[in-house]
Design a protein around this ligand. Structure first.
Ligand SMILES: Nc1nc2c(ncn2[C@@H]2O[C@H](COP(=O)(O)OP(=O)(O)O)[C@@H](O)[C@H]2O)c(=O)[nH]1
Ligand SMILES: [Mg+2]
Length: 204
């Protein structure tokens, strides 16, 4: 076992269940962190990187497929939750409305939810879906940590200015939201993301 594996409690995570409706969620116990982002933001890839298991969350080159809330579990009552993104143009309005309702209710009612990881492609941040999630979380005083994904696609300087621009934009309305660069390809930002999850779930 390498040090990286030993320091990562999430690598034991396994699939628990999928839900399409609020009443299908597993018991509201233990500690939970949810991942949200528009389709294709790199959410499944980031989850797989965080749990150090390429096969856990399905990744796809065809966006918009996941229309379920997927629960992964480790150490009995800890959950990582993959929330569906509905930012893809081909999602019908009725489906979009269904998910808006499910997501807002989930954020409003889930007692074990400690924080939301919001993923955005570093080249296309703060779209309508992202602003909606930020609004809902702020209203619930739910902590949000943003991963600016696919940072490997930008040169170091461009990535760093995207990060600073984002910090500035968040400052006015979402003062307590934290943000970092992340890449599932070169693993930049992985340690910082793990630290945030461990802190929220009190796994230090
Ligand atoms: N270069 C690069 N590509 C990525 C990264 N993360 C995801 N991708 C690619 O972006 C696409 C969508 O990724 P996926 O994780 O399925 O996104 P999701 O729809 O948000 O779950 C896939 O083709 C991935 O290979 C990253 O950090 N860097
Ligand atoms: Mg996905």
């Amino acid at each position: 076992m390498t040090d990286r594996q030993r320091n990562n409690p999430f690598r034991q995570a396994e699939f628990l269940t999928s839900a399409n409706k609020i009443n299908q969620l597993p018991p509201d116990e233990g500690a939970e962190v949810a991942f949200a982002g528009r389709s294709n933001a790199g959410k499944s890839s980031a989850l797989n990187t965080i749990v150090d298991n390429k096969g856990l969350a399905k990744t796809s080159k065809t966006p918009g497929r996941t229309q379920l809330i997927n629960f992964f579990t480790f150490a009995e009552s800890y959950h990582l939750v993959d929330l569906p993104g509905y930012g893809y143009a081909k999602v019908p309005p009725s489906v979009k409305r269904h998910w808006q309702q499910v997501l807002s209710e989930y954020l409003r009612t889930r007692q074990s939810l400690r924080g939301l990881v919001l993923l955005m492609d570093v080249r296309h941040p703060l779209k309508e879906f992202d602003l909606q999630m930020l609004e809902w979380c702020t209203n619930q005083q739910m902590p949000v940590h943003i991963l600016l994904t696919k940072a490997d696609k930008l040169k170091r300087g461009a990535a760093s200015s995207a990060l600073h621009k984002m910090r500035k934009e968040l400052k006015a309305d979402y003062e307590h939201t934290t943000v970092q660069l992340f890449s599932s390809v070169d693993k930049q930002g992985l340690e910082q993301a793990l630290q945030q999850l461990k802190q929220w779930m009190e796994l230090e």
